[in-house]
Design a protein around this ligand. Structure first.
Ligand SMILES: [Zn+2]
Length: 266
């Protein structure tokens, strides 16, 4: 049995493990950043839609107040004209116009009241939210219950967290970039060598690693495959100790003596 081939493969696993270790430093960060960014976008949208509603209410209120002022002006005008009316017919016509403007005013006032009520409801809903927060009853909260100031605070906190996590990730990536590049180069070279020496072994390795398994080659640990902890038959131990390999019957991993990993690390 040619043991040098398996040594080459262990060396490849050693290099792949090193890359894996470096990547594990940032493990979780990209996913964490994604989740935070989603929360941030959602909070931003909530604030935006609240601002839009407030702006629409403000505009409508302004328009209604303008209408009321215009109507009042017209009424004053009509009343002046009434004092100059030459006959009852003219006077009554002006009265009708005044009546119309008064109806316009009361209609606008009702709408202003509606706005005030809606604003009051918004406020009360947020007060309910504030109360629930103080009582730690977060699961009873709805989106619109979140008080404006806390929503704003949430936006700022999330922005800060995203920035922090991104900086953290960037620094890891920058710090490890040279190392990762050097390792990738070594891995490419190692793969080329193995391809020439034993393509079958490399295919087996790649096939194992095509799924969730990263450690296709593992050490024999306490007479078991350290990948899945299944016992390795005693009659295979000698071969492993001699520097050969064993394909785990349970997980399919390539089991070797730990000495080979020590050698590969040199
Ligand atoms: Zn196994």
């Amino acid at each position: 049995m040619d043991h040098t081939k398996i040594n080459l493969l262990v060396r490849l696993q050693h290099l792949d493990n090193q890359i894996e270790n470096i990547i594990s430093l940032q493990r979780g960060l990209p996913e964490e950043i994604n989740a935070l960014e989603e929360d941030l976008a959602f909070t931003g949208k909530q604030i935006e839609s609240r601002l839009k509603i407030a702006e629409e209410r403000l505009k409508l209120r302004q328009r209604l107040n303008e209408t009321i002022n215009e109507c009042r002006g017209k009424i004053r005008n009509f009343k002046e004209k009434q004092t100059l009316a030459r006959n009852n017919k003219e006077y009554d016509a002006l009265s009708k116009q005044i009546e119309y403007e008064e109806k316009e005013i009361s209609h606008s006032e009702i709408q202003l009241q509606d706005i005030a009520h809606a604003e009051q409801r918004t406020l009360e809903t947020q007060q309910t939210g504030q109360q629930l927060i103080e009582e730690n009853r977060y699961d009873e909260m709805t989106e619109d219950m979140m008080p404006d100031d806390l929503l704003q605070q949430q936006l700022e906190d999330l922005s800060k967290q995203v920035k922090q996590k991104k900086e953290e990730l960037d620094s890891i990536v920058v710090e490890t970039a040279d190392e990762v590049n050097a390792l990738n180069k070594k891995i490419d070279e190692q793969r080329e060598i193995i391809k020439k020496e034993s393509k079958r072994l490399l295919d087996k390795y790649d096939h194992l690693r095509s799924g969730v398994i990263q450690n296709a080659v593992v050490k024999l640990n306490r007479n078991a495959c350290s990948g899945c902890n299944t016992r390795v038959p005693t009659n295979r131990h000698t071969m492993i100790v001699q520097g050969g390999f064993y394909l785990c019957e349970s997980c399919g991993r390539i089991v070797v003596h730990e000495r080979l990993f020590d050698e590969a690390a040199d």
